[in-house]
Design a protein around this ligand. Structure first.
Ligand SMILES: Nc1ncnc2c1ncn2[C@@H]1O[C@H](COP(=O)(O)OP(=O)(O)O)[C@@H](O)[C@H]1O
Ligand SMILES: [Mg+2]
Length: 414
């Protein structure tokens, strides 16, 4: 890449190229600058260098524990990270041994698969514009767990307001209940999960254990992990505010009870990804997002807006480190054939009909503040009402006098 050297020299940056590697989506050039070169200067030239190289995307990074600078240039044609190949890899075998809930996040820039433990995350927030690869990503996360756990160990609650993404998962042994597509059903299943969480805590208390892991070690009747996946989370929240409350409640407490959330949205605005939600979901993935603002909301940094799309992403690890990851790909027929051995017609313990009652309970409107005050006022005895009125009068005259005195004091000072 003498071209890059020439361009850099033109901008007054001298050094040498140490290595050039071809990854699945990017060419990575490691550059060792001459002593005294400031990385800030090079980074500030990113846009100019990208234009002069005539490439679609360029990222300049400073790898940890290295004095080199890495130029990551998008390739014209991408290699697909094949999901089915990755779950046959020896890395997956190791992840199955080491992790409670191993999921394949994708491959790093060099094509090495990256597995993480969902039980430690303990929840995952996913953002990206339409067509950036969210749904494909969610499928690979679900299928990683299916490939590593039995239907008795893991159960899924899949919520899909778009109605098409998860329908393939219906009628198989890993489902906790049929795929949820209606808002009211989503509300009730989330409050049901919150109840399950409380029940499990009571059970752990009785057996004096801290979490599901310890409980499953001592009890002959093992509890399954429950993974709740919501595609297009913002769409649901727009219709029903109580979804937000239940999601936050689960996000805050459900880890020890073995309930984990994976939430995806195409609109990671501050009203959807609230501070409280972010605090409880430190692990996040940003596929290509619409703006730098969205990127800062999901990753706490710019960069998500410059991703290439088609599964290209940044993974924010729970410890705060950001890694560039290319999502694995599986097509519909691949998903079907992976689910084939588990097909069955199951009678679910909770059916949508059961949930209807709890919906009406949870969505019951709360009385307005004015109405509540009126009720409170009527309940009071006449003597109490007089006392309150007298107290308000006293406070009011006190405040008026205080303001008057203050004004007088200012005038005399002048
Ligand atoms: N990891 C990937 N590798 C290759 N192509 C991908 C990948 N993820 C997504 N795509 C392509 O992008 C399209 C849109 O992906 P999808 O997951 O449906 O996007 P979203 O749910 O964000 O709207 C897919 O149909 C596929 O062609
Ligand atoms: Mg989608």
């Amino acid at each position: 890449m003498s071209n890059l050297l020439e361009i850099l020299e033109h901008h007054g940056i001298k050094g040498k190229i140490v290595s050039t590697t071809e990854g699945p989506l990017l060419n990575i050039i490691e550059f060792l600058p001459d002593f005294g070169t400031r990385i800030k200067t090079i980074k500030s030239l990113t846009e100019d260098i990208r234009r002069e190289l005539c490439v679609k995307s360029l990222k300049i990074e400073q790898p940890e524990f290295s004095n080199k600078i890495s130029f990551q240039i998008a390739k014209d044609t991408f290699d697909i990270i094949d999901f089915s190949e990755n779950i046959k890899s020896k890395e997956f075998e190791k992840a199955k041994e080491d992790y409670t809930l191993p999921i394949l996040i994708g491959a790093d820039i060099y094509g090495i698969p990256l597995f993480q433990d969902l039980s430690k995350m303990p929840h995952l927030l996913v953002a990206g514009t339409t067509g950036s690869g969210k749904s494909v990503g969610l499928n690979t996360f679900i299928l990683s767990l299916i490939a590593s756990k039995t239907p008795n160990e893991v159960k899924f609650v899949l919520i899909d307001p778009k109605k098409v993404e998860f329908s393939v998962y219906n009628n198989q042994k890993y489902q906790y209940c049929p795929v949820i597509t209606e808002t009211n059903e989503a509300v009730s299943i989330l409050s049901h999960l919150a109840e399950i969480m409380d029940e499990r805590y009571e059970l752990f208390n009785k057996h004096q254990v801290k979490n599901i892991n310890y409980y499953n070690q001592i009890s002959p009747q093992k509890l399954p992990y429950i993974i709740c996946v919501i595609d297009e989370f913002a769409d649901l929240m727009a219709f029903e505010k109580s979804i937000d409350e239940n999601v936050i409640r689960l996000a805050q407490k459900s880890r020890a009870a073995g309930i984990h959330l994976i939430l995806a949205t195409q609109r990671p605005s501050a009203d959807v990804i609230t501070g409280l939600l972010k605090a409880n979901c430190p692990a996040r993935i940003s596929y290509k997002v619409a703006s730098a603002l969205y990127s800062r909301i999901i990753l706490n940094e710019n960069g998500g807006e410059d991703l290439i799309g088609r599964g290209d992403s940044y993974f924010l690890r729970a410890d705060g480190k950001i890694i560039r990851v290319h999502g694995a790909y599986i097509d519909d027929s691949g998903i079907k054939s992976m689910l084939e051995p588990y097909r069955c017609t199951i009678k679910h313990k909770i059916t949508i009909a059961d949930k209807k009652d709890s919906v009406s309970e949870t969505t019951k409107e709360k009385p307005s503040a004015l109405l509540r005050f009126a009720k409170f006022w009527l309940k009071l005895s006449r003597k109490d009402r007089d006392l309150i009125i007298r107290a308000i009068k006293y406070i009011f005259t006190f405040i008026v006098n205080y303001i008057k005195d203050n004004k007088k004091l200012k005038r005399t000072k002048k």
